[in-house]
Design a protein around this ligand. Structure first.
Ligand code: SAH
Length: 249
């Protein structure tokens, strides 16, 4: 039973690679996949690329070529929900594509052919991930020395939105959130890949779970906050959380 750990950006993946024993690099579909052993667990590390199509290709390759048993996503996202701050972690309960709109043929945000707006993550796998995330965030409370985090980190579990846009204006983030909330979908965070991976996993019957460390507030300073955060904070979170998560499998 191989577990795939999917990251969006190379920086996010670099800290995970160091733990891989007998790493074997496999090139497929123009991507590098790292097969190996992580503390006795068989894993494949992969990069989703940025955006829904790139992520769907990687997820499909993980299912078809590598025959993985489950996919776990670790990455960063912009916080849009109330109280979802930089340094917090969101574990996805389900996903919506905020840029899916085939109206008036289908209701706005509905996935044509799926008769639904949201796709859920695997409950058992997400519960394990939530446990690993909560334990880590608890352990660093008050200890994390990054100037990039001004509040005590907190953990959230709920709806995440994906779309092919880096949301970097407060007015856009608010508009996106309000429109979805008015339709009963209260979004915690926005990113660019998770919903696509959730859809591929749904199609292949693969359990999927995702955690996103909040790197920015999807507002006018999002592009400034983002790079420093990925390098200094998100990589450490991903490394520690994946380590304890894999031990729970
Ligand atoms: N500057 C980066 C690209 C950033 S794209 C580079 O040099 O490659 C942003 C990535 O982080 C995406 O993978 C997305 O999933 C996530 N993300 C973080 N904040 C986001 C936001 N405010 N809006 C959309 N995606 C965000």
């Amino acid at each position: 039973m191989t577990t795939a750990i999917l990251s969006a950006l190379p920086e996010e993946q670099s800290s995970l690679l160091q733990h891989l024993a007998q790493p074997q690099r496999v090139m497929h579909a123009g991507r590098a996949f790292w097969r190996g052993d992580w503390h006795g667990r068989s894993v494949v590390l992969a990069l989703s690329g940025i955006g829904k199509v790139a992520a769907a290709t990687t997820a499909t390759a993980l299912a078809e070529r590598f025959g993985v048993a489950r996919i776990v996503f670790t990455g960063v996202a912009g916080g849009v929900g109330d109280g979802v701050q930089v340094g917090d972690v969101v574990v996805a309960q389900d996903y919506v594509q905020h840029d899916m709109d085939a109206s008036p043929i289908f209701p706005r945000w509905e996935l044509p052919g799926y008769a639904r707006i949201r796709l859920g993550c695997d409950a058992a796998l997400s519960a394990m991930l939530l446990e690993a995330v909560s334990a880590y965030v608890e352990s660093v409370r008050g200890l994390f020395d990054s100037k990039l985090i001004t509040n005590q980190p907190r953990v959230h579990h709920g709806l995440v939105a994906s779309g092919d846009r880096f949301v970097s204006a407060a007015v856009e983030a608010q508009g996106l959130r309000t429109a979805l909330r008015d339709a009963g979908h209260d979004v915690l965070a926005v990113e660019m890949e998770g919903a696509a991976v959730a859809q591929v996993c749904h199609d292949y019957g693969l359990p999927f779970a995702a955690m996103r460390t909040i790197s920015d507030r999807a507002d006018d300073t999002a592009h400034v906050d983002f790079p420093a955060f990925v390098n200094t904070v998100a990589t450490r979170y991903a490394e520690h959380i994946m380590l304890s998560f894999l031990q729970k499998l």
